[in-house]
Ligand binder design. Structure first.
Ligand SMILES: C[S@@+](CC[C@H](N)C(=O)[O-])C[C@H]1O[C@@H](n2cnc3c(N)ncnc32)[C@H](O)[C@@H]1O
Length: 240
């Protein structure tokens, strides 16, 4: 495992305590939105190996799914306990996943290195969130995809108990996400295919029941696509 344990935030240490309490805090199954996104945009593996970066990956349910699909995966999280579970599970399946123990405040991914960057329920303070998302876009290869799901402020306003941080500043407002990630003329950013708030019924470990979530998927704008690179075509099947 790479990274440094000395610089993670208290929030990551709290995740260590949660992950220590039970075998899998968020269950075994990959996030359904990630599965649908991969099936739509990466329906068959390209001729070269595709690479994925999973931010705030925790116990690794999504990293394992991507590695099983043939992606070369890097998983980053500030919780050592979560990553230890991920490493054990990957080892048991003979999957090679690069596991990085780091606080996202200090983690700078390589530029233009990944075909897919994922962020699932990785709720960060607004300033850090903006920085992490800027780095995520920079980390995408031409034509690469960013996919995110997380709770919106309605989760708290409606008193829903299916999960999410109590501090509303950490929740994802779709319009704010759009303004932060969508490409503006002359700037880097994403062509957004989806950035919607939905009513979902969550069934993954501690996330159980009705929830208000935002689901976002976008691609580094075609302006930046290098046609010589073998990336998935946007003519794939629709989201299921
Ligand atoms: C709600 S959990 C989601 C885990 C995983 N994405 C999933 O869906 O199963 C949030 C994860 O983000 C990680 N995290 C939160 N803040 C972080 C930070 N500043 N740096 C690195 N990881 C962080 C936590 O350690 C935790 O594993």
């Amino acid at each position: 495992m790479n990274g440094s344990s000395s610089i993670v935030s208290e929030e990551c240490q709290r995740w260590d305590e949660r992950y220590a309490t039970e075998p899998l805090f968020f269950g075994d199954a990959p996030n359904p939105y990630l599965v649908a996104t991969v099936e739509r945009w990466f329906p068959a593996m390209a001729s070269r190996s595709l690479s994925a970066l999973c931010l705030g990956e925790g116990e690794g349910r999504d990293a394992l799914f991507l590695a099983r699909r043939g992606f070369t995966v890097t998983a980053v999280d500030g919780s050592l306990k979560g990553l230890e579970k991920l490493s054990r599970r990957a080892g048991a399946e003979g999957l090679a996943i690069q596991v990085m123990h780091a606080d996202l405040a200090h983690y700078e991914p390589a530029s233009r290195a990944f075909d897919l960057v994922s962020s699932f329920f990785c709720h960060l303070p607004p300033e850090l969130r903006r920085t992490v998302h800027e780095r995520a876009v920079r980390a995408l290869r031409p034509g690469g995809f960013f996919v995110l799901e997380g709770f919106t402020p309605r989760q708290r306003e409606l008193g829903l108990t299916s999960g999410g941080p109590k501090d509303v500043r950490l929740l994802f407002e779709p319009a704010v996400l759009r303004s932060e990630l969508e490409r503006r003329p002359g700037e880097d950013g994403l062509e957004l295919f989806e950035c919607e708030e939905l009513v979902e019924h969550l069934d993954c470990g501690r996330h159980q029941g009705e929830a208000r979530v935002v689901r976002l998927v976008g691609r580094v704008s075609s302006k930046f696509v290098d046609r010589t690179v073998d990336v998935p075509s946007p003519s794939g099947r629709g989201l299921g």
